[in-house]
Each structure stands twice: as C-alpha cells, then as structure tokens.
Ligand binder design. Structure first.
Ligand code: PEP
Ligand code: MN
Length: 264
C-alpha cells in the first residue's frame, strides 16, 4: 500500500487542515515533554510567530530509565488542547499504549508512534484500525528502510492510510552525537514509497547546534517537513534540553529556511 509502484503520485496528508507532502512543508515545533500550561502556551505562541504550523509535546514519554520523568499523561494532553485553542496549531503527541487511542482521537491531530514502538506490531494494528487521525511513524533506532516501510504497511493494511514517516537518526558506531542523521532516507523513501517524510534533527544529533545545519540540509534534500524541539528554558528542561532550540534560534532558522525550500 505504501509502494510507489502502485501509487505514482506523492500522497498529501491532511492534518486538521495543514497539508503535508507535495509542496507543503510541515513545521512542527515544541518541547520534548509537556511540563506545565505556562511552558507550553509560551512556547506555542513563539513557535507560531516564528512560522511553525504544528505544535509538538510529549505527554507520554518513552524514557530509557524508569526513574526519569515519564510525562504528565492525560493532564499533558489537556494542556496541549489548551495551547491549540490559544494558537490554532494542530497538536502532535506520542501514543505509547492502545489504551489511550480514544482519548488521542479526541484531543490530538497527528498521532506519533515513537522510534521504540516502531515494531510494536500489536500497537501498529490497533492504530491502523482505531485511530481516526493521521500517524507520524518514527524510524526505529536500528531499523532498515524495509523494516520501517513494513511498519507503515501494518498501519495502512489495518485501515489507516494516512501515514507520515519521520527519520530521527539511527544508531551507528559514532558516539559523539546521539544518533546519526540519515539524510539518504529522504530520496530513498521517496523512491520506494509515496508517503511524506519529515526529519527530526533534534533527536538525530542530540545537540542544539547541530539542528540548524541538519535542518537546512534536510530541506535542500527534499524533505516534507521538520520536527524540532523548542524550549523556552532548555537548561531546566525535564527532557532533552541539550538538543532543544530557544525560540529565538528557531525563529532565525525558519527565516533562513524560507530561502531554501518553499513554505506553503
Ligand atoms: C520524541 O519525539 O520526543 C521521541 C521520544 O522521539 P524518538 O521516538 O524518535 O526517540
Ligand atoms: Mn525528545
């Protein structure tokens, strides 16, 4: 179903009125995790002023350590809904358990399946069957293109055709950066599938100063969007502060990117 051979045109996915794919660039910004209403609304306002067209924020966080902040859960989703009311930006948030699908259908506009759940096949099937919103499927930490595309196929074969892929860096021998951004994923995914592909340079590099050059490279390589972590106080962020841009840096980045790709 994802195969380009049977669907030669690029798919354009509608996320609550924001189109992704074709000539439309998804510009998703926001904190790694929802920490408070004040935090999310402040960041959402600045992201919108910068030119972002969707707001991200994790309410359910897949943390490596069980002792790390696990996210605000349902209360976090309600904060995102409040930020959407304030700014009009559609909401992107990660779903970790099928138990919350009904709630996500009600509150979230683009449902993220994280890298660690890319091959959680039961979750993929449930999301395909029951999610009424488009899905943002992140590439697994060590997943091949074939494995990643097959995971999209699980969602599509289960009944949800609206899948956007997200490259977020893969594990390599290099340990200086958090992961290694695989820019080749853009032309490869476009050749093999008709699905939009967006790039997450924040989790790829793990360092805020790598975000700008990698975001520019991704737009130059023809990606359909960027998901970037933006935090108003990265030094005190509960999650992923070192890779988060301050709103001012994000604003500058979007200004520069407008000269590289078309922002519609
Ligand atoms: C995230 O987007 O906050 C996240 C946890 O990403 P990933 O699943 O790619 O690690
Ligand atoms: Mn994060």
């Amino acid at each position: 179903l994802a195969n380009r051979a049977f669907h030669p045109e690029d798919s354009i996915i509608d996320v609550s009125g924001v189109k992704v794919g074709g000539d439309h660039l998804a510009l998703i910004a926001g904190p790694c995790s929802v920490e408070s209403k004040e935090q999310v609304i402040a960041i959402a306002r600045e992201a919108k002023a910068a030119g972002a067209n969707m707001l991200r924020g994790g309410a359910f966080k897949p943390r490596t350590s069980p002792y790390a902040f696990q996210g605000m859960g349902t209360a976090g989703l309600d904060i995102l809904v409040a930020a959407k009311k304030e700014t009009g930006l559609p909401i992107v948030s990660e779903l970790m358990s099928a138990d919350y699908i009904d709630e996500f259908n009600e509150k979230v506009d683009l449902v993220q399946i994280g890298a660690r759940n890319m091959q959680n096949f039961d979750l993929l099937k449930e999301v395909g069957k029951r999610c009424t919103k488009p899905i943002l499927l992140k590439r697994g930490l060590s997943a091949t293109y074939e494995e990643w595309i097959m995971s999209a196929e699980y969602i599509m074969a289960s009944g949800n055709p609206n899948v956007i892929l997200c490259e977020r860096g893969i594990r390599t021998f290099e340990s200086y950066t958090r992961n290694t951004l695989d820019l080749q994923a853009i032309p490869v995914i476009k050749r093999l599938t008709h699905l939009p592909i967006i790039i997450d340079p924040s989790h790829a590099g793990g360092k805020w100063w790598l975000v700008e050059p990698m975001a520019k490279a991704a737009v130059a390589a023809g990606c359909d969007g960027l998901m970037i972590e933006v935090h108003n106080d990265p030094e005190h962020a509960l999650c992923d502060g070192p890779q988060s841009l301050k709103p001012q840096k994000y604003t500058e980045l979007l200004r520069q990117i407008k000269g590289i790709g078309e922002i519609v």
